[in-house]
Design a protein around this ligand. Sequence first.
Ligand code: 13P
Length: 276
Amino acid sequence: MNIMQAWVIGNWKQQPATLQAVDELLDSVIKRLPNGDVPLCNTMVIPCHVHLPAANSKLTNTSVALGAQDICAFSAETGAFTGDCSAAQVRDAGADWVLVGHSERRQYYGEDNDILLKKLRNALSQQLGVIFCIGETKAQYDSEQTLQVLEDQLSVIQRIISEHASESNNEANLAERLIIAYEPVWAIGTGKVPTVEEVTATHSHIKQVIKQYAGAAGELDNLCVLYGGSVNADNAAIFAQADSVDGALVGGASLNAESFLAIAEAFSAAKASNVQ
Ligand code: 13P
């Protein structure tokens, strides 16, 4: 039985357009939170960098966590990297987590395993938690290469695990600061979703691969693996009932407080029925 808390995370991408709309969306989320939180389900929102300080002020003393969408690969603190924000800077702006490896970063900004490894190291060096995104394209899905593609993307995590093990310190720490999000590229923003059987099999494989990387220590046995790609208030319960789905990374539906929290409630209800 898996009684770990679920995570439902809203990746707002390049939205909303204004600070006022950010304020309104967060007010709406906070107002709807029953007793201040969603039982058995952690929630997080991930606005764009310029909206982090305002979101941080709104979310102080709430149960909603705050993440950043990206960090600089080349410096964890300061440097001559025009246009980039570092792990230390997003942390100072209020983020406790960061997305790394989102398919839009891989696709439009050419981020490969080398860049993503640097970003992971920088995030962890500044005590940021990481939501590491992986997923296959439609062509890879159609040619049944999904697991192979995911293993290649997860090799970055293998490096991080071995670096942490050799630092003889904090794999337990790593377990608290690492979430994997499986997002098939073809399901993002399309309204298409894999079947729950497919997601279950893929998540079990991801957990197995990471367990092998972590070896005997076992601290990553309870790794949190989220599903992302066209999750909405109507389909969330189906994914929530699958034992290997520990939550959701939500794009479009997270821009509406009602649907965002309906997704969190679906995971909360599934966890509650597991506990009983
Ligand atoms: P959608 O929920 O809009 O499909 O986006 C998913 C996503 O990319 C979250 O990171």
